[in-house]
Ligand binder design. Sequence first.
Ligand SMILES: Cc1ncc(COP(=O)(O)OP(=O)(O)O)c(N)n1
Ligand SMILES: Cc1ncsc1CCOP(=O)(O)O
Ligand SMILES: [Mg+2]
Length: 220
Amino acid sequence: MNSEQLRQALRLYLVMGSSNCAGADPYAVLEAAIEGGITMFQFREKGAGALQGQARLELGARLRRLCAQRGVPFIVNDDERLALELEADGIHIGQEDAPAAAMRRRLPGMIVGVSAHDLLEAESALAAGADYLGVGPQYATRTKLDAREVQGPAVIARMRAGGIRLPLVGIGGIDAANAPAVIRAGADGVAVVSAISQARSPKQAAAELLNTIKSIGRNS
Ligand SMILES: Cc1ncc(COP(=O)(O)OP(=O)(O)O)c(N)n1
Ligand SMILES: Cc1ncsc1CCOP(=O)(O)O
Ligand SMILES: [Mg+2]
């Protein structure tokens, strides 16, 4: 996937694990979200109540197959071994995870996404060979209890003004109402958990977010 294709894939990025689905079946939630138009998926089986071991692997394999059937890139959060086992399209790592340069070397051909909270981290991720950045939390989030301070879209504008041209998504507390500010600040797309996975209709929520993003267009 070239950088322009990756920008397109990042437009509406669903990040989700079984504990984010308010009791609903994660397979059904992902299927509905794909019907609504999500363009990328990250398997993030993390936090209280998350599946472990074989159950985690089995759910990951089912979600991976669904993404492959529907042509949606499948990314694994944090776990290099799981990414290899599931033949993922990529991995997403944060500042507290394995170094991006090592992932780049050890997972040839995979997309490597890196979390960045400021211009310095964005520059380091770029130097380490990151393919895209996840920047947040943009707004208050109840999904990630150890999230850093809320940054607001201004952090994305600062990265763009500082010369960061990498494909980039905002994450954290994003919904259809505030997504336009994130895109206008220079993001290629938005990454969301609860706005889709906990919506009454994940399909409708995804479709509404995608329409909103399309109506703004890209700025970077
Ligand atoms: C697209 C995207 N951006 C940021 C993150 C957060 O990653 P990280 O900081 O490693 O935190 P955890 O998700 O691992 O708790 C992400 N997962 N995806
Ligand atoms: C994984 C992650 N990284 C920064 S905020 C966040 C959680 C975003 O979840 P939500 O979209 O429900 O606020
Ligand atoms: Mg992580």
